[in-house]
Design a protein around this ligand. Structure first.
Ligand SMILES: [Zn+2]
Length: 86
């Protein structure tokens, strides 16, 4: 799902004005993936009824280390959009 970067602006202004240094290489330049991704519950026996968590992903532009945030907490996905997945 494409990330609506306009909805992300308030969070970026509040938390990403001064981005953290990468914990691996200390670089401070991050690439925002303009797609909403998801974390998926591990389930050995079934692919149905699995919990997913929508996430926003940043990748270090130097070493590729990835960090992610809850897309719901960042305000880019409404909570009810995910309720049918639980
Ligand atoms: Zn890095």
């Amino acid at each position: 799902m494409k990330l609506n970067t306009k909805k992300l602006k308030p969070w970026l202004n509040k938390f990403w004005d001064n981005p953290p240094a990468c914990m691996i290489c200390k670089n401070e330049d991050w690439a925002l993936l303009e797609r909403i991704c998801e974390l998926t519950e591990y389930n050995l026996n079934s692919s149905q009824g699995i919990l997913t968590v929508p996430i926003v992903v940043f990748a270090c532009s130097n070493c590729g280390y990835i960090i992610s945030f809850s897309a719901i907490a960042l305000g880019v996905v409404e909570k009810q959009e995910t309720d049918n997945l639980t």
